[in-house]
Design a binder for this molecule. Structure first.
Ligand SMILES: *[C@@H]1O[C@H](CO)[C@@H](O)[C@H](O)[C@H]1NC(C)=O
Ligand SMILES: *[C@@H]1O[C@H](CO)[C@@H](O)[C@H](O)[C@H]1NC(C)=O
Ligand SMILES: *[C@@H]1O[C@H](CO)[C@@H](O)[C@H](O)[C@H]1NC(C)=O
Ligand SMILES: *[C@@H]1O[C@H](CO)[C@@H](O)[C@H](O)[C@H]1NC(C)=O
Ligand SMILES: *[C@@H]1O[C@H](CO)[C@@H](O)[C@H](O)[C@H]1NC(C)=O
Ligand SMILES: *[C@@H]1O[C@H](CO)[C@@H](O)[C@H](O)[C@H]1NC(C)=O
Length: 420
């Protein structure tokens, strides 16, 4: 039996029609619906944070932003739920399933550790990259935490991440997948004959590097499945196919109206020239995320050699695989930048720390469904599972989450009584 103190609750949610990975999507997701009703709070609080916690000599500080939601907090000993915001700018505490858990456990919800009593039991939550962070935080600071929940936590760094494209195909199902593959082929042909006209169709003339353009197109398809909206993509393109309409135009329409217009993706995010900018702006997070990709976690979403949906040109060029991503890393960050995924996995433990873990399988489940419900974009208040295609699958995992938190809480409280 593993000691409870070292147990981590990793929820790798997704599968079936949902995907389980991170990228700059989370950043877009949060931007895409910034209305106050989607948040428990958007009131910013600041504190002077030490810049470098690992240097005994550097005493510089920076103003760090955080948020706290105390409406449900049971004074004085209620648990504290620390929600890590992740690789994107943090606009507040989102009103997802954590608000239901806070009500149930009398918890305070905060986005960062601050002056709250260390004696209170702390639980760390996060989705995607922040999911990995929440698991790693627990692993490195077991004495500061009572438990952690890594929702769709990307705890295993992967270099050649071919499974991403394969999952898109599986989630799409045979009919939609075949149309997506046909679109990729048509796009490749047009890219060879008249690239400017093609890029203009997609509103993406700024993407001078063909790899950036093809990557943008590949992401646009993935997003529908990753965030629980498969029909937004598959319905229009399979209908266009049946009607004999132009498939490239149908796909361009989906991208412009849904991926850019509604989901909130920005073409510029894919432009390596923009990624080079070091001045602080709304899109600075993209560059920071790519730096982690290029140095630590990779997750290079390359085309599988067989049966891929995305263009194999994203990664081929002269030799097979990788060049697109490594070229990007070199172009944006300079020579010698390389993701040491083995070192990352050795240091953090990869999937060996994923105990216990749960999988939710349902058609419109996706990234972080355990906390976000369905669809994941736009966010459903309180992460309501009502519109999930299998609400029971979601609710069952949520019940297990509650039981696990209950168990940890009683153990932390018992340990506290012993030590005081
Ligand atoms: C979100 O809304 C707030 C105002 O409520 C605004 O200050 C902020 O810039 C917005 N963020 C994004 C990414 O649109
Ligand atoms: C942070 O430090 C600045 C400069 O020393 C000070 O003026 C400010 O009051 C501090 N803020 C907080 C929240 O402690
Ligand atoms: C990634 O795939 C390429 C092409 O198949 C291969 O040469 C390379 O060794 C792979 N790298 C890793 C780390 O698996
Ligand atoms: C944002 O949320 C509101 C309210 O839920 C919704 O009406 C609107 O369509 C959403 N906008 C986007 C871009 O998803
Ligand atoms: C390639 O993919 C097709 C379609 O999924 C499959 O039928 C075939 O067996 C695969 N070939 C190889 C060599 O894996
Ligand atoms: C579920 O979907 C229906 C129909 O689209 C919508 O009216 C309802 O508000 C949704 N429920 C939740 C909890 O989002």
């Amino acid at each position: 039996m593993v000691s409870i103190g070292f147990l981590l609750m990793i929820l790798m949610v997704g599968v079936c029609r949902g995907l389980s990975t991170s990228r700059i999507f989370e950043h877009m997701l949060i931007n895409s619906n910034n209305s106050t009703s989607k948040y428990l709070t958007k009131d910013v609080i600041w504190f002077n944070q030490t810049l470098d916690h690992f240097s005994p000599f550097d005493h510089r500080k920076f103003g760090q932003r955080y948020y706290e939601y105390l409406d449900e907090f049971r004074v004085p000993d209620g648990p504290i739920f620390l929600k890590i915001c992740g690789e994107s700018a943090c606009g507040g505490i989102q009103n997802d399933y954590i608000s239901v858990l806070a009500k149930k456990f009398g918890a305070a919800v905060v986005t960062l550790e601050h002056r709250t009593n260390v004696e209170n039991p702390w639980f760390v939550f996060g989705v995607s990259y922040a999911g990995a962070l929440s698991a790693w935080f627990r692993l490195k600071f077991p004495h500061l935490t009572c438990g952690s929940l890594a929702s769709s936590g990307v705890v295993l760094a992967v270099y050649n991440f071919t499974e991403f494209d394969q999952q898109v195909g599986e989630s799409a199902g045979p009919e939609c997948k075949a149309v997506l593959q046909e679109i990729t082929q048509l796009v490749e042909e047009k890219l060879a004959s008249n690239p400017m006209a093609l890029k203009a169709t997609f509103g993406a003339t700024e993407l001078k590097i063909d790899g950036d353009f093809l990557y943008f197109l590949a992401d646009a398809a993935a997003i529908a499945f990753q965030y629980g909206n498969p029909d937004k993509l598959c319905t229009p393109i399979t209908e266009a196919k049946k009607a004999g309409d132009d498939l490239v135009n149908a796909y361009a329409k989906y991208i412009k109206e849904y991926y850019v217009g509604s989901f909130g993706a920005e073409v510029q995010t894919y432009n390596q020239e923009s990624l080079k900018h070091t001045t602080l702006s709304d899109s600075s997070g993209d560059r920071l995320w790519w730096f982690q990709v290029c140095t630590e976690v990779a997750y290079f979403q390359v085309a599988p050699t067989n049966d891929s949906i995305r263009s194999s040109k994203v990664d081929t060029r002269h030799i097979q695989y990788i060049p697109y991503h490594l070229d990007l890393c070199k172009n944006v960050f300079g020579e010698g930048v390389y993701p040491l995924v083995d070192a990352t996995n050795l240091y953090y433990g990869g999937t060996d720390i994923a105990v216990p873990s749960y999988i939710i399988t349902c058609e419109n489940c996706g990234h972080g469904t355990d906390l976000r419900g369905c669809p994941q974009s736009p966010l459903v208040p309180e992460g309501n599972s009502k519109n999930c295609s299998s609400p029971d699958a979601v609710n069952k995992v949520r019940q297990q989450m509650i039981e696990q938190i209950d168990l940890w809480l009683s153990q932390c409280q018992a340990a506290n009584r012993l030590s005081s």
